[in-house]
Unconditional design. Structure first.
Length: 320
């Protein structure tokens, strides 16, 4: 590998990540690789840098940030020969957890440098992405409880960084759940089972490309594939706080699959309709305007991802 760009969202995660990302860039440079580090708090600047990396024929772009940053910049590399690598430097880094990418912690403060070196040696694998209302994502998009919670988290992001983003987000979600009364949704899915349509009142409906959720606390499914051209729509029926708590308990116990109020619909295209405009999120990032329709289209095997050995089982494996 000759040229690597490192794109760092300075607004993501803790301020200490600045030093850790610099350390990762230095470790890569010591391997004799040409490194260009672009750091900015504006995703528009980083998106432009990703496009420049494609034009410059970079070998890889390593993205340092949280799930929203990863999904946005991965989309800029879609359908290109430039490989994508994740340096987990956000609040929860759930995609990195699912993909087996090592994360920094108080016990492993130099993990980003080790991860960067591991990615240099990792083979690229073709990976699915999806577009939600024409915006790219890696992990999830949806409406309901999660979308409202991330809106509130974004408004208080600076304060949350001081008190611990993951814990703060959990408390905000708890508060939102107490006030939520559910949404009337019509869900349409096209997939292996043909066309399906379901209507009802739901606390949350989320299209997922990975099995983890809620900062990695919840595991919706044990196995899936990153390259089968499919994603799952998880829809949670109900309209009150007690039902939300009951659903959370079922997921923690692993019994949600068998419950009639929990829907899992697998497909390559999803359309979610509401009577009134609703907030949506894309990879845990709030979107600027509420919508009455969320359309998700899976784009199969369009991104070259540097995949560490721990992620090998996520490719060409049956979904179950």
């Amino acid at each position: 590998m000759r040229t690597v760009w490192i794109l760092h969202n300075a607004r993501a995660g803790r301020s200490a990540y600045v030093r850790r990302v610099d350390e990762a860039a230095e470790a890569v440079a010591r391997r004799g690789v040409s490194v260009r580090l672009v750091r900015d708090s504006d995703l528009a600047v980083l998106r432009l840098a990703a496009r420049e990396a494609v034009t410059a024929n970079a070998d890889a772009v390593l993205v340092a940030g949280g799930d929203g940053t990863l999904g946005t910049l991965a989309g800029e590399l879609a359908h290109s020969p430039v490989a994508f690598g994740a340096l987990p430097a956000g609040t929860a880094n759930v995609w990195a957890q699912a993909a087996g990418v090592p994360r920094a912690s108080i016990f492993h403060p130099h993990a980003l440098a080790h991860t960067a070196l591991q990615l240099l040696d990792a083979p690229p694998r073709l990976t699915d992405l999806a577009q939600a209302n024409d915006r790219w994502f890696l992990s999830w998009s949806g409406m309901g409880l999660d979308a409202i919670a991330v809106q509130q988290f974004e408004r208080q992001r600076d304060h949350s960084r001081q008190v611990g983003g993951f814990v703060y987000n959990g408390l905000l979600t708890f508060g939102v759940a107490r006030a939520l009364r559910g949404l009337d949704l019509r869900l349409q899915v096209s997939g292996p089972a043909g066309a399906q349509e379901v209507s009802g009142r739901f606390l949350m409906a989320t299209v997922c490309g990975i099995g983890l959720y809620g900062g990695g606390l919840f595991r919706f499914t044990q196995r899936l594939s990153f390259d089968d051209g499919l994603m799952d729509l998880w829809a949670w029926q109900g309209d009150d706080f007690g039902t939300a708590l009951a659903h959370a308990g079922r997921v923690l116990r692993g019994t949600h699959h068998r419950h009639p109020a929990v829907l899992r619909l697998t497909g390559e295209r999803f359309d979610l309709y509401t009577a009134q405009p609703q907030a949506i999120h894309i990879d845990g990032e709030p979107q600027p305007a509420p919508v009455q329709r969320l359309t998700v289209q899976v784009v199969a095997r369009c991104l070259r991802v540097l995949a560490p050995p721990a992620s090998a089982a996520l490719y060409t494996q049956p979904r179950s």
